[in-house]
Design a protein. Structure first.
Length: 438
């Protein structure tokens, strides 16, 4: 029982109560905005992450990982992003300004730069990692989630985005989610760039404008107009920008920015590749997709539930300048982030979430102390064949009735290790189903 200066970990204790020295119990809840994963939740999370890995492996991506804590410098972008405004940052005991990572892409960019040009491009890396934000709990939202990221570094063409979109569709399909349930809106930030150029708006306000208009579906239009005005966008341009974001057809897009625009060419090529993958039913052009991260430079996309009950399921895009903002050379890159929370809400909505029971192949139990040693031997022999064995080690004949009852339901045979019954050790190994060895 651990005791420390300011924290006594003491459950209800007869001795303590007799002395009247009962301690107050610590709170058993995890820190605000965070989750525990008790076994049944952990089994579901493991199942989900296994699906993330299964798809990443199918697409020949290599797994990478990074520290949870990064230098704050990695995230101090000046475009007014929510993710930066909610940094879970602090000064460590060495006076370093650090932050719990709010996303994985900057860490990936840092690692790519660290490895330098020595590595052969393209890199196809994936990661699954916990990401953090410090949000005032007034909104009661979570402060951590796990994100699956897939990134392709070194491919300038939209072939990279097509691969990533195909990976996302492959994942949804593995979970029995269809294009009737989920759609993926695809656009390109070069659409907005072309509009801003029409109004002679300086490129250095481009990122800030993107971050502002990304909030269109979250804030009233007047607030967006006011923020654009504060960002130095002339009122005549504001109308043009908001109008451009309503486009949903290539014809209208060409009419606005011209058929020879880079955005049109890239989008048309991406949708043509999608036909090749057979994922065209999942995609739709929608100029309102901007995404809220400052560093996107081209294609942007996000998956949404067609019943519009949930927040974006995943999202991503091209970020060709990020490495150069960290002092590296301009390196073409694109990727997506896929959180572990909204997808579970969607699966529950669609009743696509199965149970995740604790499963064992065998339960071995000695009903008499004199049989404990042979029981341990049987458990080891069964385990050496790869069977999952619960060896009952608790005292007496108390059983894990939930396991035993399941066993009886599926039980095909019982071998009794008990002085009152003959002992057939070898029989224990001929049994191919769930075995209760008692
Ligand atoms: N970036 C971020 C981090 C943590 C959560 Br919860 N949501 C978004």
């Amino acid at each position: 029982r651990a005791m420390s200066g300011d924290l006594a970990v003491v459950a209800k204790d007869k001795e303590a109560s007799s002395k009247g020295t009962m301690q107050t119990q610590i709170t058993t809840d995890p820190p605000r905005g965070t989750r525990d994963f008790p076994p049944e939740d952990m089994r579901m999370r493991t199942w989900l992450f296994d699906k993330f890995r299964e798809v990443s492996r199918l697409f020949a991506f290599e797994e990478v990982d990074f520290p949870m804590v990064e230098s704050e410098d990695l995230y101090t972008r000046k475009a007014g992003e929510e993710i930066v405004g909610q940094l879970y940052n602090f000064e460590d005991k060495g006076g370093r300004k650090v932050a719990l990572r709010p996303e994985l892409t900057p860490s990936l960019a840092r690692l790519v730069l660290q490895k330098g040009r020595a590595q052969s491009f393209p890199l196809k890396w994936f990661a699954i990692g916990q990401c953090w934000r410090y949000e005032r709990m007034t909104r009661g939202r979570r402060r951590e989630h796990y994100q699956w990221n897939m990134d392709i570094i070194g491919v300038p063409g939209v072939e990279a985005e097509a691969e990533l979109l195909s990976a996302i569709v492959t994942f949804f399909t593995k979970l029995n989610i269809t294009s009737d349930d989920v759609g993926i809106k695809v656009s390109n930030r070069k659409v907005l760039q072309a509009v801003l150029e029409k109004y002679d708006i300086q490129p250095d306000s481009f990122a800030a404008v993107c971050v502002i208009v990304d909030k269109l579906d979250k804030l009233p239009r007047e607030e967006i107009e006011s923020e654009l005005d504060k960002a130095g966008v002339p009122s005549v341009a504001i109308e043009g920008i908001l109008q451009a974001l309503t486009l949903q057809s290539f014809d209208d897009l060409e009419a606005l920015i011209g058929a020879e625009s880079g955005a049109v060419a890239e989008l048309k090529q991406l949708f043509a590749l999608a036909e090749g993958y057979g994922i065209q039913d999942w995609l739709r052009f929608d100029a309102s997709v901007v995404r809220g991260l400052a560093y996107y430079t081209g294609t942007v996309f996000e998956a949404f539930d067609k019943e519009k009950k949930l927040r974006a399921i995943c999202g991503g895009g091209r970020y060709d300048r990020l490495l150069s903002t960290y002092g590296g050379q301009d390196t073409p890159a694109c990727g997506f982030g896929f959180g572990d929370a909204v997808i579970v809400e969607l699966l529950k909505e669609k009743k696509l979430l199965r149970a995740f029971p604790h499963e064992v192949d065998d339960v071995v139990m000695a009903l008499d102390d004199s049989l404990k040693i042979p029981a341990a031997g049987i458990a080891s022999r069964l385990r050496s064949t790869g069977r999952v064995v619960e060896l009952v080690i608790e005292k007496g004949k108390k059983m894990k009735w939930d396991v035993l009852c399941d066993g009886f339901v599926e039980l095909w045979s019982v071998v009794w290790l008990d002085p009152s019954f003959p002992v057939f050790y070898s029989a224990a190994f001929s049994i191919t189903s769930q075995t209760i060895v008692i």
